[in-house]
Write a protein that binds this ligand. Structure first.
Ligand SMILES: [Zn+2]
Length: 280
């Protein structure tokens, strides 16, 4: 995969801001602080933080950002992919498409969808229409899930933008949230298919320009490996050693690969109707 740095206009950099939330201390701790305050005359309750941050505001320190040239290059990469993905959807949807940004954070962040930790992985928040990403996820993707490569990372970003497209076009998961036949699984597989639709467009990008990507042979395999590595069945096996279809939220590895492929081969969002049950 080849790509060229853009202007980072697709990025909202919260890496220096995100951080820990107040530590829950429980009623015992609260009483202790109250006693300490009463005894010493100092307000120990201030240790708990003000707790009055506005919704959507990040709780944490606005400290200096420690970063590395490699990490900065990754930021440029995310920006280029996000830019290319959004240009593609703008072309496909015309005026219905609204551009958004990727919020980069570290460890944890407060979004319109609540408090989120990096462990939950990248996500899309319909409340503020932003994609949230901790760059650390990419090393996890390659090391823990065994899916290295820049196009594997691009697939993850494009999947989240797939949820943005669903949000803009009014596709929602009405119905059950878990289970092999759930609306949630249909929604997630469609986001995989939408990621493939972008892959198709990126594969047809002729010349490399700033803020864009061009695919190379073998790139699609990286995304397919990534899709296969984060299927519900595989993740469940990794964590509990068994597969529980009634707990599925994203679909099996085979399904994720299949829907990514459908989008990648057709380049047509209309080929991504995962809500229609195929009867045999
Ligand atoms: Zn998703």
């Amino acid at each position: 995969m080849q790509w060229e740095s853009g202007d980072r206009s697709n990025i909202e950099d919260m890496r220096g801001r995100s951080g820990s939330r107040m530590v829950p201390i429980g009623i015992g701790g609260f009483v202790l602080l109250l006693l300490l305050s009463a005894v010493t005359g100092k307000n120990f309750l201030a240790l708990l933080g003000s707790g009055d941050a506005a919704p959507g505001e990040s709780v944490g320190t606005t400290g200096t950002l420690s970063t590395s040239p490699a990490e900065e290059r990754l930021v440029d990469f995310v920006d280029a992919v996000a830019n290319d993905v959004q240009d593609t959807w703008q072309r496909l949807l015309g005026g219905r498409y609204r551009r958004t940004r990727v919020v980069l954070f570290r460890d944890a962040i407060e979004s319109a969808c609540g408090f989120a930790q990096s462990a939950t992985g990248p996500f899309y928040c319909p409340g503020d229409r932003r994609v949230y990403l901790d760059l650390g996820f990419f090393s996890e993707l390659s090391q823990r899930f065994g899916a290295p490569g820049d196009f594997a990372q691009a697939y993850v970003i494009a999947h989240e933008f797939g949820h943005h497209v669903q949000n803009l076009t009014g596709i929602e998961a009405l119905g059950s949230r878990t289970g092999a036949q759930s609306a949630s699984v249909a929604l997630e597989l469609q986001a995989d298919c939408f990621a493939g639709v972008w892959g198709h467009a990126a594969a047809s990008n002729g010349q490399l320009t700033a803020g864009h990507v061009v695919l190379e042979p073998g790139d699609a395999d990286e995304a397919i490996r990534a899709a296969a590595s984060i299927g519900d069945d595989r993740l469940q096996k990794m964590s509990t050693g068994r597969v529980a279809p009634d707990q599925f939220t994203h679909g099996t590895s085979a399904q994720r690969v299949e829907w990514f492929r459908r989008g990648m081969e057709s380049g047509d969002p209309g080929a991504c109707n995962t809500f229609v049950r195929t009867t045999h």
